[in-house]
Design a protein around this ligand. Structure first.
Ligand code: AMP
Ligand code: GLY
Length: 416
């Protein structure tokens, strides 16, 4: 079996590595991939994610059995629709279904139609009306650019002034380009955050184990929002009961709601949730695997990922099993990330732990060329053990002009 993975980051590295574990898989190609993936036998292919014609031609030439889409941008560009039109198998939502991630307003519509618990919100294009709404509701309050802004279009405002400044940047200064022409203002949800993902095929929902991401750049959840600085799984402070409630009140109604909306979903449905005093509530849906959650969740999958995708593509019930082991993943980022960051630094070898590469270039000698450079992951009988292994491996590595958070997983350890 030959498989093509679309994407180039640590998430795609983890997906491709898991696919390769199935002995029936001959080649896993990754477009564009990155050279760090070669260490695990994955073959990077130099075709851009938005070159659908080029990707389709490649899939035909290499007799790719099916394609797996990692990131949201190709999904929203309709890569699934284009592959299907060409008669090729591909796993991921259509462009219309990926709008659950691509537009906060679309997601909110699906949620209100299906009574899915989420923060109260209102959408605005007028700056003056948005400011009036903030003044009426009062801080803390959350301001989000509608559309994709790579996790950076969200401001959790602690004061009315901060919210109004964010509105100014989004609606008056167009800081997020087209995305910022519309904003969503949301009620602030207090509680512990967690990520619940599921394999979805129409109304069939197969939940994964949960993880917790660390979105802020620095220790203690300080600094700007990033794409994610590390993750761990399981999340013991979130009870099984809360997870079950989230599956029943959020994921299953969302999958059914997408069918009722005429946009059935096949792929990975990601719910970013807050465990509030009134139960789990949605802060966002994504139409794909989370990054870096995937790098700690897939190592816990003990059944074949390739078989799982084959079953879902055939609309059959898959066999899914998970390990009880814990996993911790710590992102190493370039100095300056998420603003302007350093590049060109050599990547040290990391001993004893799996490494998932993202922003790297070069051939035999890898160097940094992205904000998030790589993620070091470790498994253990407990979170403590996994965490200790990761930080020991990182302490032994010579890192120049790169940084990482020292507190990934601390929240779980403090509370238990
Ligand atoms: P998002 O890109 O929507 O995931 O938002 C980025 C981060 O902002 C989330 O991971 C949360 O930590 C925080 N956030 C977003 N929406 C809310 C909300 N309604 N209440 C509290 N925190 C939020
Ligand atoms: N880790 C958050 C995301 O993938 O959107």
């Amino acid at each position: 079996m030959n498989i093509l993975v679309i994407g180039s980051g640590g998430r795609e590295h983890a997906i491709a590595k898991k696919l390769i574990e199935d002995e029936r898989v001959t080649n896993v190609y990754c477009a564009k991939g990155n050279p760090g993936m070669k260490k695990d036998g994955i073959i990077p292919v130099n075709i851009a994610e938005d070159d659908h014609t080029g990707l389709i031609a490649f899939a035909e030439e290499k007799q790719i059995d099916w394609t797996f889409v990692g990131p949201e941008i190709p999904l929203l560009n309709g890569i699934v629709d284009d592959f299907q039109k060409a008669g090729l198998k591909i796993f991921g939502p259509t462009k219309a279904a990926a709008m659950i991630e691509g537009s906060k307003e679309f997601a909110k519509k699906i949620m209100s139609q299906n009574k899915i618990p989420t923060a109260d919100y209102q959408a605005f294009t007028s700056y003056d009306e948005a400011v009036a709404y903030v003044e009426e509701k009062g801080a803390p309050i959350v301001v989000k650019a509608d559309g994709l802004a790579a996790g950076k279009g969200v401001v959790v405002a602690e004061t009315n002034e901060q919210a109004i400044q964010a509105l100014h940047e989004m609606l008056k200064e167009n800081r997020f380009g087209q995305n910022g022409e519309k904003v969503v203002i949301e009620e602030f949800l207090a509680g512990e955050e967690f990520s619940l993902m599921a394999f979805v095929d129409g109304s069939a929902v197969y939940p994964m184990v949960i993880a917790q991401d660390h979105k802020r750049a620095y220790d203690g959840d300080k600094g700007p929002n990033t794409g994610g600085m590390g993750a761990y799984s399981p999340v013991p402070q979130i009870s099984d009961e809360v997870v079950q409630t989230a599956v029943e009140t959020i994921l299953k109604p969302a999958a059914k709601g997408m069918i009722a909306n005429g946009t059935p979903f096949q792929g990975i449905l990601y719910a970013g949730l807050i465990a509030t005093a009134d139960g789990p509530k949605v802060i966002e849906f994504n139409a794909r695997f989370g990054d870096p959650e995937t790098q700690v969740i897939l190592p816990r999958l003990t059944s074949s990922l390739a078989q799982l995708v084959i079953d879902l593509l055939a609309h059959q019930e898959p066999n899914i099993t998970w390990s009880d082991q814990a996993a911790v993943g710590v992102v190493v980022a370039a100095e300056g990330y998420p603003q302007n960051y350093a590049a060109g630094m050599p990547i040290p070898s990391i001993e004893g732990c799996p490494v998932y590469y993202s922003g790297v270039a070069g051939e035999d000698n890898l160097s940094a060329n992205g904000g998030r450079v790589f993620l070091v992951e470790a498994n253990g009988e407990t979170l403590e053990e996994a965490r200790e292994k990761v930080y020991r491996a990182l302490a032994d590595a010579k890192l120049s002009k790169m940084f990482y958070r020292y507190d990934i997983g601390d929240k779980a350890l403090i509370k238990n």
